[in-house]
Design a protein around this ligand. Structure first.
Ligand SMILES: [Zn+2]
Length: 57
């Protein structure tokens, strides 16, 4: 079953008033106060797998 090319499946989990993103690869984002932030973390995690062009530090 290889429907998706990426092994990364992200989900958002809510813990109390916080939300954090988790991935099937074992990665988990920091606890955020908003679910949208957690989703942004998830999309950024997915983005880092392909775009290594401009490292933002
Ligand atoms: Zn991942």
């Amino acid at each position: 079953m290889h429907a998706e090319s990426s092994p990364h499946t992200t989900t958002t989990t809510e813990r109390g008033s916080f939300a954090l993103a988790r991935c099937s690869c074992g990665w988990s984002g920091p606890a955020r106060r908003s679910r949208e932030r957690a989703r942004t973390d998830a999309s950024e995690h997915l983005g880092t797998t392909t775009s290594a062009d401009t490292p933002q530090h």
